[in-house]
Design a protein around this ligand. Structure first.
Ligand SMILES: *[C@@H]1O[C@H](CO)[C@@H](O)[C@H](O)[C@H]1NC(C)=O
Length: 298
């Protein structure tokens, strides 16, 4: 609300001013003294100026609304038409500084990656903690769709062969799924021993006659291209200034503040949907196996 009040003054004062002081004299003088071109122009100019001011303020407020997502002040959702409709109320924005940026330790004269120890870690040498962090990020990544929600898609969109439900995955989760797959590929020695719940899925792929022998490579290429398009699609133009450390001619990009969709509410929507899906699905709630059969889509 604090954001709106200062602008209210700017919007309403000129309009009010125009109503009381200008509009009635304009109409009467315009009719009565039509030949007096000079007074006509001098009366029209304030009207044009206030109209332009009003248009500029309106455009600015609209722009602000898209950036800030006034969930409490404005009823219109900042979501796009292409966002899954049911999730619209959970979409809002905030400014964030990314973690993990490069910095320079003056004492030891080395560049280091600045890790926030209060945050879960998603990268680094593979460990059960990192796997748990990813599992938490991606939990319930596949959402059931009602018949109505599935209707706009291709006529041959089909249901899964066991529960006969329509499924989808918000694309953010698709990209995260892909990023995790690439991460695991980087440490394939470790993950050949520690597949965990991914084991079932990999076995199914190997046993299926429908996947080519070089599926692992094709899956990686798909994932990399998914991330490329997602990044280009977001089009984040936040500047990443290049810092030079220790006299080297090597500049390292150090990210600053970004405008982000708030992760928390969107994660919450996934959990809310999951609960609803599980209720709809009766006793046949989702298991890891269900998830893995859907990983094929990713
Ligand atoms: C720089 O490195 C030293 C030695 O590892 C460490 O004790 C110190 O805390 C580091 N300083 C910063 C600012 O990270």
């Amino acid at each position: 609300m604090a954001i709106v009040d200062p602008f209210k003054e700017h919007i309403y004062q000129p309009v009010h001013h125009e109503d009381s002081d200008l509009e009635s004299p304009t109409s009467s003088e315009f009719i009565e003294h039509k030949p007096h071109r000079k007074s006509y122009i001098s009366l029209v100019w304030p009207w044009i100026a206030s109209t332009i001011t009003f248009a500029l303020i309106s455009a600015y407020l609209l722009f602000q609304q898209q950036i800030n997502g006034w969930s409490t002040c404005v009823t219109a959702s900042p979501a796009f038409r292409t966002d899954f409709k049911d999730s619209h109320p959970y979409i809002s924005y905030e400014e964030r500084v990314y973690t993990g940026r490069f910095w320079y330790n003056e004492t030891i004269g080395k560049v280091y990656r600045d890790v926030d120890p209060s945050e879960p870690q998603y990268f680094g040498l593979p460990s059960p903690e990192i796997d748990a962090a990813w599992d938490d990020l991606l939990r319930g990544e596949f959402v059931d769709m009602t018949e109505e929600e599935a209707a706009p898609f291709d006529a041959d969109l089909n249901t899964d062969p066991t529960k006969h439900h329509y499924h989808m995955e918000p694309d953010m989760f698709h990209s995260l799924h892909c990023l995790n797959a690439i991460r695991m590929k980087l440490d394939s020695d470790y993950y050949s021993q520690h597949m965990g719940h991914h084991q079932t899925f990999n076995q199914r792929i190997q046993e299926s006659p429908h996947f080519p022998d070089d599926w692992s490579r094709i899956h990686m290429d798909h994932c990399l291209d998914q991330l490329r398009q997602s990044i280009q699609c977001q089009g984040d133009m936040s500047p990443v200034p290049l810092y030079f450390f220790g006299g080297d001619h090597i500049g390292l990009g150090v990210g600053q503040t970004h405008t982000c969709r708030k992760w928390g509410p969107m994660r919450k929507w996934m959990d809310v949907r999951k609960e609803r899906d599980d209720e709809r699905g009766g006793k046949e709630v989702h298991t890891n196996d269900d998830q893995h059969s859907h990983e094929m889509h990713s």
